[in-house]
Design a protein around this ligand. Structure first.
Ligand SMILES: [Zn+2]
Length: 268
């Protein structure tokens, strides 16, 4: 459990300062946000990984937002593959378990065409990762909350069954796709068929637009979706999971989630 990006309340700036703050707060994970750029050189990723290990912080990485493996433009697809590869390279060096990826937009193609193109892109990156000896980190195809984006749970599952990637579960995105509903237990039942050792996920709340529909705009934890039923389901099913908080108050809400687990009798 921990923040997406560096803690806002860290005294020292930068990733390592954030790790120290995470330890102070009794949290144990952080996602490294390469969402705007892959700002870490390979050596820095290794150093950051060492400190995380010393402090018992597990890591994941978020790949850039600009990725679209199904773009109409060839150069964007090529750049996307490179961004996924570079994110995976840094993630492997820092000992992160998974990379969250917003893989594609439908970009005017059918869902089936989008699926094929996205799969093809991932296969190329996986090949390149294999040649480069990257073997521990998993590419995670994120469940997406916008209708223009590839990434329903079904699409992520199908891809994970066919190639060596994992679904990266964003709970609030699934809640938006479910038009303000989510059955946590059902999602775990679907995931179970993949026999994953560990599940990587994001949790935050989302806003409603003027029409009263939930949209993928992140907000602090409240009840859309509620966290406690998810925590209960995790404990009941004994799920091994990382939950990264992507709310605007990343560490405060991470602590809130931790307290909910505590109140259910589970000590983080
Ligand atoms: Zn994401």
């Amino acid at each position: 459990m921990g923040p997406a990006g560096n803690c806002i309340t860290a005294k020292e700036k930068g990733t390592i300062g954030s790790f120290r703050r995470i330890s102070e707060l009794g949290l144990n994970a952080q996602e490294i946000e390469f969402v705007r750029s892959i700002y870490m050189q390979p050596k820095m990723a290794e150093e950051v990984g060492e400190v995380a290990k010393e402090l018992g912080i597990s890591l994941s990485v978020h790949a850039p937002y600009y990725i679209n493996l199904n773009s109409q433009k060839k150069q964007i697809i090529e750049a996307s593959k490179k961004m996924i590869f570079d994110s995976a390279d840094r993630a492997e060096r820092m000992g992160a378990g998974a990379v969250a990826i917003h893989s594609a937009y439908y970009s005017g193609f059918t869902p089936q065409q989008t699926y094929e193109k996205t799969k093809e892109g991932f296969l190329e990156v996986l090949d390149k990762m294999k040649s480069a000896g990257i073997k521990n980190v998993k590419l995670g195809v994120e469940t997406m909350g916008r209708w223009s984006q590839f990434g329903s749970l079904d699409e992520c599952m199908k891809l994970a069954k066919e190639i060596d990637i994992i679904p990266f579960i964003d709970w609030s995105h699934l809640f938006v796709r479910g038009k303000g509903t989510i059955d946590y237990g059902k999602v775990f039942d679907v995931l179970k068929t993949l026999k994953l050792k560990h599940i990587y996920s994001h949790f935050q709340n989302v806003e409603k637009n003027k029409k009263g529909e939930f949209v993928d705009v992140h907000k602090p934890l409240d009840h859309s979706p509620p966290f406690e039923p998810l925590a209960k389901e995790i404990l009941r099913k004994k799920i091994d999971i990382t939950i990264i908080c992507e709310s605007p108050i990343i560490e405060a809400d991470s602590q809130k989630m931790k307290e909910i687990f505590n109140s259910l009798g589970y000590k983080l």
